[in-house]
Design a protein around this ligand. Structure first.
Ligand code: DOR
Length: 444
């Protein structure tokens, strides 16, 4: 038998069939064998005794800010943060400058990513009233993660505000569409509340539950009318979960670690505008409803919504302060801590970070520890207790809402297609990230 390139020995693997104590063999970047492999020749060995081996995290919502906003982040620094945190694939958002709304901008991002990103990647194309005629072609281009709709405005100017435009966008193309669901007219009408308060504690009042449920209701109606699958990003409230639990035929659901970990009002009292994001972190009732939705299976994926802004920008008086927090590097560590606290099983976590994104987005050969799949892996020490410190963070923004937090569970090594890209908190090797492929558009 041909020797293996790498043998990961003695770990506990989280496979689609459950937890298995087994060795894992890698050849040509793929998982070549799972089982007792001590007899097998291998060019290299990685001792995983005492560690768990998970599929690398697929983070299907990050903002890496390039081109145009590189003072906050770029594709290189964002991908450094990703692999240090155990993330091996990212889908990057289109609200850059210029926005990713045409073939030229998409190809430009792919070119910039080549040789600079350490993780594999795809880029969303933003929908506008103007590019609707090109969306069906754009979603099928190589490297495209599909279409993203902003129903409510956030950072940048992308917006699909009215029902007619929404339905037109949903009728163009066939892949699942990712949607930021907040109702723009209601946000506009209530902005004065935020201005009067001058304090981010008012953020969930301005961008209230009604703004979210109105948008989700409109979106589900349009999705059914158009016969199109949608993916509702960063769901934040008990009421949206109720609506989405009745819409499993057309809608998939993302929550973020931020909304599962923080709660209002104390996050705003503790972190000020650093806790400000869209849609907002809400109170304990909503946080519990999101956990219930994780337990009951209404949530399909976890996404970080990594949205870096500098601390100078965050220091502007609310609501001039921009919305968004870093999160790609802390997604897995923070969730491992929830596993340690008994809030979800390791298997369910892997379902949300690997199997779920693979299923929802129909990724080719990723997100599962199965023979023939890409060897995108993260080795974790479930027992390690450590403190999240600014010095560990690779994001150019340089901060995290979790700084100072002591947690249990740590990524120890990250592999992308069989190559070690991060180990013991340090980056390894040159950036070799590639565009991912999707089953619906294979060949890309
Ligand atoms: O808080 C947010 N920040 N929510 C978004 O939807 C966009 C993001 C950003 O790009 O800053």
């Amino acid at each position: 038998m041909q020797p293996l390139d790498l043998l990961i020995a003695g770990g506990r693997l989280v496979t689609p069939g459950g937890l298995v104590a087994a060795d894992l063999g890698i050849r040509d970047g793929r998982i070549a064998a799972i089982g007792a492999l001590d007899g097998q020749a291998a060019a290299e060995r990685l001792d995983a005794r005492g560690l768990h081996v998970l599929p690398g995290v697929i983070d299907s919502q990050v903002h890496f800010r390039e081109p145009g906003l590189e003072h906050k982040e770029d594709l290189a620094s964002g991908s450094d943060a990703a692999v240090l945190g155990g993330v091996t694939t990212v889908f990057e958002m289109p609200n850059t400058s210029p926005a990713t709304i045409d073939a030229q901008a998409l190809d430009d991002k792919l070119k910039r990513a080549s040789g600079r990103m350490r993780c594999d990647h795809a880029f969303y194309v933003g929908a506008t009233a103007e590019n609707v005629g090109q969306l069906a072609e754009l979603e099928r281009r190589p490297g495209s993660a599909g279409i993203k709709i902003f129903m409510g405005s956030s950072t940048g100017s992308l917006l699909v505000e009215d029902d007619a435009s929404l339905e037109r966008v949903l009728r163009a193309g066939s892949r699942r569409v990712a949607v930021h669901a907040e109702d723009e007219p209601r946000l506009r009408a209530r902005k004065a509340l935020a201005e009067a308060a001058g304090d981010p504690v008012a953020h969930p009042e301005w961008r209230d539950v009604e703004a979210a449920t109105l948008a989700v209701t409109r979106l589900l109606r349009a999705a059914r009318a158009a016969g199109r699958r949608v993916h509702v990003l960063h769901v934040t409230s008990a009421e949206e979960i109720e609506l989405l639990a009745q819409a499993r035929d057309v809608a998939s659901v993302e929550v973020t670690p931020h909304h599962l970990t923080m709660q209002a009002p104390d996050c705003y009292q503790r972190l000020g505008t650093r806790a400000q994001m869209n849609p907002p972190v809400r109170d304990a009732r909503h946080r519990e409803a999101l956990w219930q939705a994780v337990t009951e299976g209404v949530v399909d994926v976890l996404g970080s919504d990594h949205a870096p802004h500098t601390l100078d920008e965050k220091a502007k008086p609310y609501p001039a302060s921009p919305s968004g927090m870093t999160g790609v590097q802390t997604l897995l560590p923070v969730m491992l801590d929830h596993v340690a606290q008994g809030r979800l099983s390791l298997e369910r976590l892997v379902d949300l970070t690997g199997h779920g994104p693979q299923r929802i987005f129909q990724l080719a050969g990723k997100g599962r520890i199965m023979r023939g799949y890409d060897a995108d892996l993260v080795l974790v020490d479930l027992e390690a207790r450590w403190r999240i410190e600014a010095g560990w963070l690779a994001s150019r923004a340089g901060w995290s809402p979790y700084e100072g937090m002591t947690i249990t569970g740590r990524p120890v090594a990250t592999l992308v297609r069989g190559r070690i890209v991060a180990r013991d908190g340090a980056l390894v090797g040159d950036p070799m990230g590639r565009p991912v492929r999707f089953l619906e558009t294979l060949g890309g």
